[in-house]
Design a protein around this ligand. Structure first.
Ligand code: ADP
Length: 409
């Protein structure tokens, strides 16, 4: 067997500690690929050798290029890190003793740049301490000098196996995160679809399309339908809450004139107001100072406040929608002439699931999540919400949304 330059000859390989024999080797033994066998992750994979010894660098290049890897060389720690940033190699072989930045520091920096890059330490003085220290700083394994080509091949194969596992688990982690993010959406969709279907069957029966039903059966079915409606409202609120909590809102903020959103919201609630005998009065300019907002969620917040203003009102009551401009904020005020909220209940109305229990609120359907959602939406816009109320006279909600500063220089 010919001796490959820079390495100990293959014949004497057994006399030395190899990476697999080493008690310091971490992880379980992995598949050893035969020379020349096509290995996964070889083609197109990059190995960076950071070593100040020419002979080591060139010998590594020769052996590993033959194996199908792309090999890059750096002669010191600093240029090595530069190459790590540029090339994002799969594997880095790092000499521990180099002039300038020492190998231990290089190891740490590589982990900071990309924790998925597998690092193996090349060391001329394989003390237990230095190897343990290197592994503590994120190295996967070490290879003592001098080493044979086979030892080098073996350790790179093992390192690549680790790299493959690390990448696979990163993909699985990402999938799990995605599942977690979409969990509420998925579950609520699964819950909603059958409920909507049941609701439609009720409509068919109650509409007489499935034959005659008795007054008693009708009464029971109406109650069932009402319960299903409440459940659907709860799922919708839960969904809104999850969306706001997932922080998706903040990424979507863009310059927005709230006037058309307000007009649209009022328009859509006119039928409900008419049904309850409540009048909506609006007084705000055609265009409003620009804010940074998410149109959909702001519409949802305004809808919630307006519905409350209508629902917790009285016959011939009024809901007034107006705006004010302050130095830093656009203020939207929604005031009603309804039942009001007592001093005792007022501190809790933004809490999740809180509902006032009184004779007047008894028949009004709700989940107690509406105002919590409104508060989260407003806070997601870096704004805040205020409430003043008087029992029996009415309630005023004021939303403060930061205006976009116009630079007049
Ligand atoms: P709900 O789904 O019960 O309406 P909200 O979170 O929107 O839940 O409101 C919480 C509670 O605050 C309501 O149950 C109601 O008692 C009270 N409330 C909210 N808005 C008003 C209002 N405009 N006038 C009187 N009471 C209100």
């Amino acid at each position: 067997m010919t001796e490959e330059k820079g390495f100990q000859s293959d014949e004497s390989a057994n006399e030395h500690i190899t990476a697999t024999d080493s008690p310091l080797t971490v992880g379980k033994p992995l598949k050893m690929w035969k020379k020349g066998e096509v290995q996964p992750m070889t083609t197109g994979s990059t190995i960076l050798v950071i070593d100040d010894e020419d002979i080591i660098c060139e010998s590594c290049r020769k052996v590993l290029t033959k194996e199908g890897y792309t090999v890059e060389i750096a002669r010191d720690g600093l240029s090595g890190l530069k190459k790590v940033r540029q090339l994002r190699p799969d594997l880095a072989l790092v000499d521990l003793k180099m002039p300038g930045m020492d190998g231990m520091e290089v190891l740490e920096k590589i982990k900071e740049i990309d924790p998925n890059i597998v690092t193996v330490v090349i060391t001329g003085y394989a003390t237990i301490e230095s190897a343990v220290e290197a592994i503590k700083r994120g190295a996967y394994d070490f290879i003592p000098k001098p080493f044979t080509p086979d030892e080098l091949r073996l350790i790179t194969q093992r390192a690549f196996e680790i790299r493959r596992l690390a990448l696979e688990s990163a993909v699985l982690r990402e999938e799990k995160e995605k599942m977690k993010r979409n969990f509420v959406t998925m579950v609520s969709h699964e819950l909603k679809s059958p409920l909507v279907a049941v609701q439609q069957y009720f409509e068919v029966i109650l509409g007489g399309m499935a034959g005659e039903i008795t007054a008693e059966q009708r009464e029971i079915m109406m109650r069932m339908s009402h319960r299903i409606n409440r459940l659907l409202a709860l799922i919708n609120d839960w969904l809104s809450m999850a969306k706001v909590e997932a922080g998706k809102l903040v990424q979507k903020l863009e310059p927005l004139d709230l006037a058309p959103v307000l007009r649209r919201t009022i328009e859509s609630l006119q039928p409900l107001a008419a049904k309850r005998g409540v009048r909506i009065e609006s007084a705000f300019p055609d265009t409003l100072p620009v804010i940074r907002g998410d149109e959909d969620t702001l519409e949802e917040a305004l809808t919630n406040l307006l519905i409350n203003g209508i629902e917790y009102n009285r016959d011939n009551g009024v809901v007034k929608v107006g705006t004010e401009e302050e130095e830093a904020h656009l203020v939207v005020k929604i005031a009603d002439t309804g039942i009001g909220i007592s001093e005792k209940d007022l501190p809790f109305i933004f809490d999740d699931f809180f509902r006032v229990k009184s004779k007047e609120t008894e028949g009004i359907m709700g989940t107690g999540l509406g105002l919590s959602i409104v508060k989260r939406i407003v806070e997601g816009h870096s704004g805040y919400i205020n409430v003043t109320s008087e029992s029996g006279r009415g309630t005023i909600f004021s939303i403060y949304l930061p205006k976009i500063r116009v630079d007049h220089r």
